[in-house]
Design a protein around this ligand. Structure first.
Ligand SMILES: NC(=O)c1ccc[n+]([C@@H]2O[C@H](COP(=O)([O-])OP(=O)(O)OC[C@H]3O[C@@H](n4cnc5c(N)ncnc54)[C@H](O)[C@@H]3O)[C@@H](O)[C@H]2O)c1
Length: 357
């Protein structure tokens, strides 16, 4: 079991990583939170796998949990769904002393965190991520939120969890495609800030829990260091985490959140960002090829299907939050292990890169 302290502004919380941690979830929470009532928010695929167990463990530790289950997938990340959850929490008698446990992937983490941020103006949030993506990325940094008709994560709050419990055993039921999309975020981390992770992944063999535990730890440390420097996403340092996301989000939206998983759309966005980076940041074509090879190694898409309507991607681009007042803040990489925000990228550069996908 590894424990990492994550810092963000004055906020501190632990992330515990290990195998079989669900059994200790009650004790781990009890050390940090005194409340009795809580709600477990989960989705329709994850709840049948783990919710009963968590519920029993929490009850035996003295908590009074209520389970709220929502449909799986991105389509659930709406303001309406957040309102419906709050209504159920009120009906279950949760008050300002209560807390929320998010049990699921990034959709549940973003939603349960958002509900925790707004319920009684903010109650504690414990995350039990069940996807690789949510362990290495969405559970760290405090960003919570929901989507609107006009784009992803447009409504939200920064609300850091009180505790994150990463039990590697829960990944055993995760479909391979879902596991691989988590690797897209890990590859992104490697490109923007850690060439050593990139090397590790190039030699990666599905070598069991210890290697995975170390990979998750390094990614959490990397993301939390970036967040620590720029918690509110103001100075531009945190913005490098958006590498690949400008085009990635547009592709996700163009595919109506069905055609590509988040990490798959990100993989395509990374390839487009590399094309822009060759032109605007001096990335070498050899490094771009190494990045493409690595994405392919984990069965991540690096080309759009021939019949995919590219116009829909162009239409989706200006909706992205990163287009401030018509100006593009695009993250580029000059070499693997480094990234910065460029003000020198035009919409035409981005369109050209999308055309090449
Ligand atoms: N807050 C942030 O900083 C941040 C960062 C990155 C991504 N995100 C968000 O995260 C979301 C994507 O997260 P995700 O990839 O984890 O998707 P997800 O939460 O939709 O989970 C993927 C699928 O796997 C299923 N699943 C989850 N755990 C499982 C398990 N252990 N066994 C079997 N099935 C399981 C889920 O039911 C779902 O169908 C997006 O909404 C994205 O915007 C947020």
């Amino acid at each position: 079991m590894i424990s990492i302290e994550v810092r963000a502004g004055p906020w501190r919380h632990d992330v515990i990583i290990g195998s079989g941690l669900l059994a200790n979830a009650g004790e781990l929470i009890k050390k940090r939170l005194r409340a009795s009532r809580c709600t477990i928010i989960s989705d329709a695929a994850v709840a049948p796998l783990f919710a009963d167990r968590i519920s029993r463990i929490l009850t035996s530790t003295g908590f009074q949990p209520t389970l709220i289950t929502i449909p799986s997938g991105e389509k659930s990340k709406t303001l309406e769904q957040a309102g419906a959850i709050c209504d159920q929490m009120i009906a279950a008698g949760l008050d300002r002393q209560s807390f929320v446990v998010g049990l699921g992937g990034g959709v549940i983490g973003d939603m349960s965190g958002f509900v925790a941020a707004i319920y009684h103006r903010g109650i504690p949030h414990v995350q039990i991520p069940t996807t690789l993506l949510s362990m290495v990325d969405s559970s760290i940094g405090g960003k919570t939120g929901v989507n609107t008709r006009d784009g992803k994560n447009l409504i939200g709050a920064v609300h850091h969890p009180s505790l994150v419990i990463d039990d590697l055993n829960v990944l055993e039921t995760l479909p391979r495609r879902e596991f691989n999309q988590g690797l897209a975020e890990i590859i992104k981390h490697a490109i923007i800030a850690d060439a050593k992770i990139f090397d590790t992944l190039q030699e990666w063999k599905a070598s069991g829990a210890p290697a995975l535990q170390q990979l998750i730890r390094r990614n959490i440390e990397l993301k939390s260091k970036i967040v620590e420097k720029d918690e509110r996403d103001r100075s531009g340092e945190r913005a490098i985490l958006n590498f690949g996301h400008t085009v990635g989000h547009a592709i996700e939206r163009a595919g109506d959140y069905r055609e590509f998983l988040h990490g798959e759309a990100l993989s395509l966005g990374i390839v487009a960002a590399c094309t822009v980076s060759i032109k605007k940041a001096g990335l070498s074509p050899a490094q771009r090829d190494a990045i493409v090879d690595l994405l392919r190694r984990f069965d991540l898409p690096t080309q759009l299907p021939l019949n995919f309507p590219r116009q829909k991607i162009f239409d989706a681009l200006p909706h992205d939050k990163k287009f401030k007042g018509g100006r593009v803040r695009f993250v580029v990489t000059p070499r693997i292990g480094s990234a910065h925000v460029s003000a020198d990228v035009t919409m035409e550069d981005i369109r050209e890169a999308v055309k090449q996908l």
